[in-house]
Design a protein around this ligand. Structure first.
Ligand code: PLI
Length: 471
């Protein structure tokens, strides 16, 4: 039986009551390689799925970042790119869309999410500061550290337990937050770093009630809240589904209300906004905006393009209005759940409840005979590729990196492999193939050995580290 607490609409009503609100107009051929070709490709890539060539991949679930299918309207918008150096018409469309759907006053465009993370971290963090947040994200934490800060995890304990079915595992623990504020002093906490759906916890949402309580607490100490809005549309879906007073509200209404309790947000448009590149930072504080607008011209580009082409800004502006449609979000999350339900029915351990953008395989449990410093999740992702050309991503000890003070591995409780579903790209049949491949690996799990790391970059090591098999 499925362990998933939240059933698909089809299961709830005894029939399949949802389908994608689009049809396919253009296709991109993909093909399967031979086992021998995959073996060679994997060794050449040092057992790191980031180092595989895309043409050697059959079903690409590495990430949902920049991998969405754009709509015909977005492609039409690309043809209306105003590629002026300054004052592009598309920038104003983007600014209008962010104001309309997110409600922030001032917009700074950036080339992608980490460009925005860089700017906000440099603008707000001073050496020795502490930045509380609901679990780390790789690039976010790194920019906070580069700016001289230390990230402190104040997410609820349930988030670190893959089997706990708490409906809002992205919530902040108010006690942990207040303890930190009292210990560190409010003057050393520049902001709370809040992510809408927590990527590293399995795409888990934050409730509106938790944000309101966090806001109240922060108001008492005069601490602002900045939101990582990258997958906030998916978070709004979970609020609609799980918080009774929001069941009658639209995704767009919930999104705007959620943002209204925060002071600003940064965005990787490559996710929710259904585009291949782009990002932004939006704030309400005029003085901060002035600072950011001065910084963006140094690091990203002029304040009316921030590293993006005019056509990219147009595609984002249109993507924002598509992303907040209820039927779009419902079909997106339900496709992820469809895969999760298949795996759960075979008792394959995955993070519960299924989140918004991906299925997270519990590698620690699947390979319980492989010690964490032999990289069980890295191995699992490699095995999946070897079996069937499916590309996934490690989200465990390799992604967690080393403690900057001690130089030791960080040992996260969650040792996961992420099967990330790009938006509007794959069909249900692809999900069936993926589920069968995972089952084959699972059935063969006892034979599998760990890996050793033979090359380790000093930052964000998961992107480029190389491994060899332990024999
Ligand atoms: O990849 P960027 O630079 O556009 O965005 C960085 C980024 C910020 N926040 C969150 C929650 C992310 O998930 C994120 C990027 N995520 C990637 C690339 C992913 O595969 O999940």
């Amino acid at each position: 039986m499925s362990q998933s607490r939240y059933k698909t609409m089809g299961q709830q009503f005894g029939r399949r009551s949802w389908a994608e609100p689009w049809k396919i107009k253009m296709v991109e051929p993909i093909s399967m390689t031979s086992p021998k070709e995959r073996q060679k490709a994997l060794i050449d890539a040092g057992y790191n799925t980031f180092l595989l060539r895309s043409e050697d991949v059959y079903i690409d679930l590495l990430t949902d970042s920049g991998t969405s299918a754009m709509s015909d309207r977005q492609w039409a918008g690309m043809m209306l790119g105003d590629e002026a150096y300054a004052g592009s018409r598309n920038f104003y469309h983007l600014e209008e869309a962010v104001k309309t759907y997110y409600g922030y006053k001032y917009l700074v465009p950036t080339h992608q999410g980490r460009g925005a993370e860089h700017l906000i971290s440099q603008a707000l963090i001073k050496k020795g500061d502490y930045i509380p947040g609901n679990m780390y994200f790789t690039t976010t934490r790194l920019h906070q550290e580069i700016a001289g800060g230390t990230f402190i995890d104040v997410i609820i304990d349930e988030a670190h337990d893959p089997d706990d079915t708490h409906p809002f595992k992205g919530n902040i623990d108010p006690e942990k937050l207040e303890t930190l504020i009292k210990k560190a002093g409010k003057e050393n906490i520049p902001y709370v770093s809040l992510a809408g759906t927590v990527n590293m916890a399995g795409g888990q949402p934050v409730s509106m009630a938790n944000l309101k309580a966090t806001r109240k607490l922060c108001n008492r100490y005069g601490i602002p809240i900045y939101l990582d809005a990258t997958r906030m549309v998916e978070n709004a879906f979970f609020i609609q589904e799980r918080e009774a007073e929001y069941s009658g509200k639209s995704i767009a209404e919930i999104l705007k209300e959620f943002c209204s309790y925060t002071d600003g947000a940064w965005m990787s448009a490559k996710k929710d906004h259904l585009v291949n590149i782009g990002g932004w930072l939006a704030v309400n504080d005029n003085e901060l905006f002035d600072k950011l607008r001065n910084m963006v011209v140094i690091y990203e580009g002029l304040h009316t393009y921030g590293g993006m082409a005019g056509r990219d800004m147009e595609a984002i502006a249109i993507g924002i209005s598509e992303a907040v449609q209820d039927d779009h979000v419902r079909s997106r999350v339900n496709q992820v759940r469809y895969l999760g339900d298949l795996l759960s029915e075979w008792d394959i351990p995955i993070v519960q409840p299924v989140g918004g953008h991906a299925i997270f395989l519990n590698a620690r449990s699947i390979y319980d005979h492989i010690p964490q410093d032999q990289f069980p999740a890295q191995r699992l992702a490699a095995e999946l590729y070897l079996d069937s050309g499916i590309r996934a991503m490690e989200r465990g000890i390799v992604s967690a990196g080393r403690d900057p003070e001690t130089g030791d591995h960080r040992y996260p409780k969650l040792e996961l492999v992420r099967l990330t579903i790009p938006r509007r790209v794959y069909t249900q049949a692809h999900m069936d193939v993926v589920a069968e491949a995972v089952k084959a690996i699972f059935d063969n799990r006892k034979q599998t050995k760990g890996l050793k790391m033979v090359y380790e970059p000093s930052v964000l090591r998961f992107f480029q580290a190389r491994f060899e098999s332990i024999t």
